[in-house]
Ligand binder design. Sequence first.
Ligand code: ADP
Ligand code: MG
Length: 286
Amino acid sequence: MREFDFINKYLRPIAGGNSHNLGDDCAFFNGYCITKDVLVADVHFFKNDAPFNLARKSLRVNLSDLASSGAKPFGFMLGLALPNGTDESWLAEFAKGLASDIKEYNFQLLGGDTVYHDGALTISVTAIGVAQQPVTRKGAMPGDNIFVSGAVGNGFLGLRDKKNGIASGRYVKKYELPEPRLELGLKLPEIATAAIDISDGLLADLGHICKESNVGAHIYSDLIPLADKSAGLMELITGGDDYELLFTSRLEKVEACHNIGKITAHAGLRLDDAEVEAKGYEHGKR
Ligand code: ADP
Ligand code: MG
């Protein structure tokens, strides 16, 4: 069963009042917001990836969800399911990576759980942020401009390069160590009507905003800041793991962001002159 079918059919009916019906990057209560991302070896990263950066990526994908909600990082809980026999040197490097980003983002480790098992390395981070005025996926209005905070497709290109055995290079670096847009995130409550990070891919995540806001969108390929213009457009805008912010706003211009189109009253996504599907990364697709 696909990820979103499971969420919609079985989890939404039992979700709590603070969950926004599971329609958001974070849940919100009493000025806090909370989010979780799980990373699994050979799904989200390669088994032999360096633990120092892997620890940082695990925090950063969650920090990106806080950014998209307009929140300031507060702290996190760390769940680790380690393969039996994991070396101490691996654990020491992993902890060093955590420490490095704890310092960089003024984040704090609050607790967690560690288990060993006969299975793949699994890292589960629950991140808590402070958000007086959270930004959600709802609230995009027809006529709003659609902005993206930076290059689209680094995730796809980095994964492609890694699969081809390229161990470093600029796309691999961006794929292994995304930069959560926290500074921009803190401005979103003032400027954005809706926001999301493009971890599932630009089209899929624009689709999530449209679905939650009951609107459509029209975007233009020549306005999208592609990470590599010579790569295929569709791959770049449907590949996941990008961690730029996508948001809607009444403003025409937002510093350092790219206006890629407009929200429409008519449902569905248009790319240039064609209807497109909100395709992207989804777990459980076979
Ligand atoms: P994100 O891309 O921000 O990680 P997802 O697309 O993974 O968000 O999830 C969509 C929504 O479904 C979110 O509100 C998330 O909290 C919720 N969700 C996903 N999996 C589960 C689960 N196992 N239990 C409860 N809620 C879930
Ligand atoms: Mg998720």
